[in-house]
Design a protein around this ligand. Structure first.
Ligand SMILES: Nc1ncnc2c1ncn2[C@@H]1O[C@H](COP(=O)(O)OP(=O)(O)OP(=O)(O)O)[C@@H](O)[C@H]1O
Ligand SMILES: [Mg+2]
Length: 376
């Protein structure tokens, strides 16, 4: 509710000093003309403008005080202007002006109260929106951590493989160096390979740490091809475990979008895992996960993940993205619902689209940031 001291600007953000000066000057002019002008008009009705001006910068209490002041000025002007005796027409004009001032004040204060209520509702909506955004970030993080748990085997393999290679190469280097005539050239080559392996392992750890971290999304220009490649690295092992193989075709050249790398990676990984899971029961055809990135004829970036799994019936296609919709015994049904929230926060779309081949085809469409139009 409106507090008596609350100031409510009705139109934009008026300058209080200027508005009050204007109101004061207008009140003075009306008072002088009303008192000394001897005009047979209800000029004091113009006090309503003074009240309305004051209401734009003053609180409810201040507006009431100005209105009361205007009524007092109207009465004083009448008393000073009619010392020779009462004039019924002047009294009528005086009463009319007082009624006009009172009515305007009442309506203005109601408008003020409604504005405050509206502002409070906008504020509540903002707070609700903010809370929704926070829960969405937290939910995305929680499911990302769950997803990382599911990928533990792949991740361990991705990290331990280069480390094992470093150990093997370290042994070989020592052998080259311990020879009577050390093979410096060979040793250097192997050390370079060790450095590459170490970088690979540390890159993977960095990516996993980024996925596990809880933080606000950061929207920056990123290359979708890099996002997809890095996501592929993390599910590599999973692909082998599911007896599937990947057919990856990335657009030639970068596809730059404005987005959060970690969140978009989460979306791609979710689609890849869903695709793999949909192919577990397939025995009569190859289990293929076809992943493509390209731009469509409208210059938008497309990431398509097509599997050769059980597919999606048209009636289920709409339900896939609903929270908690799952057909899996151990599924949460949150993967695709989170994917949709993330993609929509990137001004994009995600859909299960019809395809001539057996299986499901999921497509993410994102706005391209630069004019790097590349065809598949
Ligand atoms: N590629 C696909 N092929 C066939 N069905 C799919 C595919 N992707 C998703 N679905 C269907 O959509 C449902 C919802 O998928 P979603 O990823 O949201 O949840 P989930 O995989 O069941 O569980 P989780 O929350 O652990 O990911 C799945 O249970 C499955 O029935
Ligand atoms: Mg899923």
């Amino acid at each position: 509710m409106l507090s008596p001291t609350q100031r409510v600007p009705l139109i934009g953000k008026p300058n209080p000093t200027l508005t009050l000066t204007l109101a004061g000057v207008l009140a003075l002019v009306v008072f002088v003309i009303d008192t000394f002008g001897h005009l047979a008009t209800a000029i004091m009705v113009l006090y309503v403008i003074v009240v309305m001006l004051a209401a734009t910068v003053l609180s409810r209490r201040g507006t009431l005080a100005v209105a009361a002041g205007c009524i007092v000025l109207t009465i004083i002007a009448y008393v000073f202007g009619h010392t020779e005796g009462p004039s019924y027409s002047a009294i009528g004009r005086c009463v009319l002006a007082c009624v006009a001032i009172a009515t305007t004040t009442y309506l203005t204060l109601r408008l003020q109260a409604n504005t405050v209520r509206l502002e409070a509702q906008v504020h509540e909506l903002d707070a609700a929106h903010e809370a929704l955004h926070r829960s969405m970030t937290e939910l995305a993080h929680a499911t990302r951590v769950t997803m990382l748990g599911e990928l533990a085997a792949s991740i361990a393999h991705e990290v331990s493989q280069p480390i094992a290679a470093i150990v093997t190469n370290g042994d070989a280097t020592l052998r080259w160096l311990r020879r009577d005539t050390p093979e410096i050239g060979e040793a250097c080559e192997i050390v370079e390979a060790m450095i590459r392996d170490a970088r690979r392992a540390s890159d993977i750890i960095r990516r996993i740490r980024a996925l596990a971290q809880k933080r606000e999304p950061a929207f920056v220009p990123i290359d979708i091809n890099a996002v997809v490649s890095e996501a592929m690295d993390l599910v590599n092992r999973e692909v082998h475990q599911y007896g599937a193989h990947v057919d990856l075709e990335l657009a030639h050249g970068p596809l730059i979008v404005r987005g959060d790398r970690v969140q978009l990676q989460q979306v791609v990984i979710n689609l890849l895992i869903n695709g793999l899971q949909a192919m577990t029961s397939i025995k009569d055809r190859p289990r293929v996960l076809a992943v493509r990135t390209y731009t469509d004829d409208r210059g938008r970036v497309i990431i398509a993940v097509q599997d050769s799994g059980v597919g999606v019936t048209p009636e289920n296609a709409a339900k896939l993205f609903h929270a908690f919709y799952t057909t899996k015994a151990d599924g949460m049904g949150m993967g695709l619902s989170i994917c949709r929230s993330i993609v929509e926060a990137h001004d994009g779309m995600i859909d299960c689209v019809a395809s001539a081949q057996p299986g499901a085809r999921m497509e993410i469409t994102l706005p391209l940031l630069s004019e790097t139009l590349i065809t598949p």
